[in-house]
Design a protein. Structure first.
Length: 278
């Protein structure tokens, strides 16, 4: 019951026990994974930003680990994804505005942003708009621009389930099986969801053009993690991004593709903690 889980009310939205956010933005419920801890304003706060067509589920191997290292951790579902209500937001800028509303309402002055793929574009645009609100940024398998294959967009727009198989074929490195099954197949279960969620996300990534300008706004400690075998954001492209950010650090995970967060979450999350604790 909500009444049993309720521990606080801030500006007309609720925070339920364990950082499992249960509140509304624009009259639509926002969901964040439950890490079993209550929100503590004395702790640094991390927002985990998922990729196209995904949800908090992809952070299952990471969120609790970071929480156990004394951080507030919010693995949020963007609107229309996972357990968050509303339609999918049609641009990276809209996703950034939505994220900022959450951060402001929580009263968090400085945030740590951890983005994967599309989530990197949101983190980058957040730096473009609100650089003074960022403590640190971690980009995982991301770049300052993510052009999307037109055939993939067309498949997603038609609701073709093959778009999911194609994405996962490109997304994984040498992994012969998905950890816990194909994550997109578990999240997107119908042609309608592919059209209304995945296709909208892919188009938003393809249309994002602020990257070059946004890079110049990054003025906080920044860490890049790439998969050696990534076919979506190749290491060379990732390094080009990292080289444009002053005083940044980079780590490349061997025998790993675009889905670093699932293929080798253990190495990835250890590197994240090492960076955050410095």
């Amino acid at each position: 019951m909500i009444k049993e889980n309720l521990i606080g009310k801030i500006n007309n939205f609720l925070i339920s026990k364990g950082l499992n956010l249960d509140f509304e933005i624009n009259k639509n419920k926002v969901f964040s994974m439950d890490t079993g801890e209550t929100f503590d304003k004395n702790k640094d706060s991390i927002f985990l930003l998922h990729g196209s067509g995904q949800s908090h589920v992809v952070w299952s191997l990471t969120a609790q680990y970071l929480s156990d290292h004394n951080f507030n951790v919010f693995a949020v579902d963007f609107p229309g994804h996972g357990n968050s209500e509303g339609g999918s937001l049609k641009s990276i800028e809209d996703m950034t505005d939505w994220l900022h509303q959450i951060i402001i309402k929580l009263g968090i002055e400085k945030v740590i942003l951890v983005g994967h793929s599309q989530g990197c574009l949101v983190a980058l645009e957040y730096a473009n708009q609100h650089s003074s609100n960022i403590e640190k940024i971690i980009f995982i398998a991301g770049s300052y621009e993510i052009p999307v294959n037109k055939n993939l967009i067309d498949l997603a727009l038609s609701g073709n389930m093959e778009s999911i198989n194609l994405m996962m074929k490109w997304a994984y490195g040498n992994s012969k099986q998905f950890i816990g099954g194909n994550p997109l197949q578990k999240i997107l279960n119908s042609p309608r969801e592919i059209r209304e969620v995945l296709a909208v996300d892919l188009i938003a990534c393809n249309n994002y053009k602020n990257g070059n300008k946004a890079i110049k706004k990054i003025n906080c400690p920044t860490f890049f993690i790439f998969g050696e075998l990534d076919k979506m954001v190749k290491v060379e492209k990732g390094k080009e991004f990292a080289d444009l950010v002053k005083n940044s650090k980079t780590h490349i995970i061997k025998n790993c593709g675009h889905m670093v967060i699932l293929e080798n979450a253990f190495e990835m999350r250890e590197k994240i903690i090492n960076f955050l604790k410095k």
